[in-house]
Design a protein around this ligand. Structure first.
Ligand code: GCO
Length: 463
């Protein structure tokens, strides 16, 4: 079996829906049921021996092992889902491992699909809304071996074929979908900067990859609504405010504006106008795609802000840096803690006119007090933005567990549950208690009025 569009994966009948449709919520994103969740991704929690990431620039034996098994989530799935339940949350975001489901050309591992269906069914039985990401960075290694990546139409066809069958399998249980995780990060790392698979560099490849990712989103939007009536279909977008290093420098301001356009605005503009550009100057490559109206909500991922100095600036390296300019210190990944930037990106994202879901916010801190301070400050900013009228319908902490961090490995502590990286034992942290209290409306802060974790409302999602 080859990976070309002429010879796609064999068709198979769509599986029966595991739960009757009438047990699914009418509207998965009603205004009065705020989603409180945690987010994970398949590769980072369970590894993937047949993925492009399994052999990509391995640092050492520990790194290699982590790429193969993550933090053992594949073997501990039921126990880990119980941890979500113990937090009292009403939503959980996870991704389906493309490379585990399609490990070799033409192969389809139904057990892996059934496992995902079971995760979704288990969550729903626990009163937790499953939110499924169809592509979270890692892809099957065999595609790379054939020279296929997001710059190639054949790759797009393989992904659409995989994703369509997954939606068919999960359609009776899942209503909230994320087609792709952070196209801007995937394109910056893999096609512009060459730091992540497939390791390409250059604006041409980056533009082609971005166009193809957004084309896949547009097609899947229609596929998902066709298979899953009443679904909410979104995409996640990592947003990063860029600050001129020296505010009085015209060149620093120009460089910051260029990076903002490349990194933040290109995706927003694509959904606003249907035009996909990666422009360094007022001219550049433009593609037109049917994206307008094909987004039910935008998933915003926010962690930090960046500083830009023209002398360091280079489009393929992006050339930004982090520095502690708010006095809150840097995180374990070296990122500036900047809740003010969160307000900025939420306001910018809301200009799209679709509801927002914070699909990732979090920080790597071993010190729980620092993690809790980050959480409170960012939740407070979110609440202020909501009071201003920014339509935020959910907040997902990154992450449930400490896990594999791209390009770093097992180290940074993003989890609400601490993972012993040797024994893989999970331990609840004080940050988990804090998050559970916010979700239950027991936080005693200004967030107390938004802690509803259940509702029967079925107002349509306004777009
Ligand atoms: C991303 C991803 C996550 C990361 C998280 C922390 O934003 O890159 O969605 O997979 O692990 O953001 O870096």
């Amino acid at each position: 079996m080859t990976a070309t569009p002429e010879t796609p994966l064999p068709e198979s009948p769509l599986p029966e829906a595991p739960l009757p449709e009438d047990r699914l919520p009418e509207n998965p994103l009603p205004r009065d049921k705020f989603l409180w969740g945690v987010a994970t991704s398949a590769f980072q929690t369970e590894g993937a021996p047949t993925s492009d990431w399994a052999h990509w620039k391995i640092a050492d034996a520990a790194d290699q092992a982590a790429r193969l098994r993550g933090v053992g989530h594949h073997e501990r799935t039921a126990d880990d889902l119980e941890l979500v339940s113990e937090l009292g949350l009403n939503a959980y975001r996870f991704s389906v491992s493309w490379s585990r489901v399609v490990p070799r050309p033409g192969e389809w591992v139904q057990d892996e699909v059934d496992r995902c269906v079971n995760i979704a069914v288990t969550l729903r039985q626990k009163g937790i809304e499953p939110v499924v990401t169809l592509h979270h960075f890692a892809a099957p290694a065999w595609l790379a071996e054939r020279g296929l990546d997001w710059t190639e139409d054949a790759f797009v066809e393989e992904f659409i074929s995989f994703a369509t069958r997954i939606v068919g399998a999960l359609r009776g249980t899942v209503k909230i979908w994320l087609t792709l995780n952070e196209p801007n990060v995937h394109v910056s790392g893999g096609y512009l900067g060459g730091m992540t698979p497939p390791g390409k560099t250059g604006l041409r490849a980056a533009h082609r990859a971005l166009v193809n990712m957004l084309r896949a989103h547009a097609r899947l939007y229609t596929v998902i609504h066709g298979l899953c009536p009443g679904a909410a279909v979104g995409i996640t977008h990592n947003m990063l405010p860029f600050r001129p290093d020296r505010p009085d420098s015209f060149l620093d301001r120009r460089a910051a504006a260029i990076l903002d356009r490349l990194y933040n605005q290109s995706v927003l503009e694509a959904f606003r106008t249907g035009r996909v550009t990666l422009r360094l100057l007022p001219f550049g490559r433009i593609a037109a795609l049917p994206l307008v109206g094909r987004l039910d909500f935008l998933g915003v991922n926010y962690y930090t802000r960046a500083h830009v100095n023209f002398t360091e600036f280079h489009p393929s390296r992006l050339g930004y840096f982090w520095e502690d300019r708010t006095g809150r210190g840097l995180t374990e990944t070296g990122w500036e803690v900047c809740p003010e930037g969160f307000a900025e990106v939420l306001r910018a994202a809301s200009s799209l006119g679709v509801p927002l879901v914070i699909t990732e916010n979090g920080t790597a801190e071993t010190d729980d007090a620092r993690k809790i301070a980050f959480m409170r400050d960012h939740l407070e900013v979110m609440q202020r933005c909501r009071a201003e009228g920014v339509d935020v319908r959910g907040y997902f902490w990154w992450s449930l567990l400490d896990n594999y961090e791209w390009l770093i490995g097992l180290g940074p502590r993003f989890g609400l549950y601490r993972v012993d990286f040797t024994t893989l034992e999970r331990t609840r942290t004080a940050a988990a208690d804090e998050f559970a209290a916010h979700a239950a409306g027991r936080s005693g802060t200004i967030l107390g009025d938004m802690g509803e974790t259940s509702s029967t409302s079925d107002q349509p999602v306004s777009t």
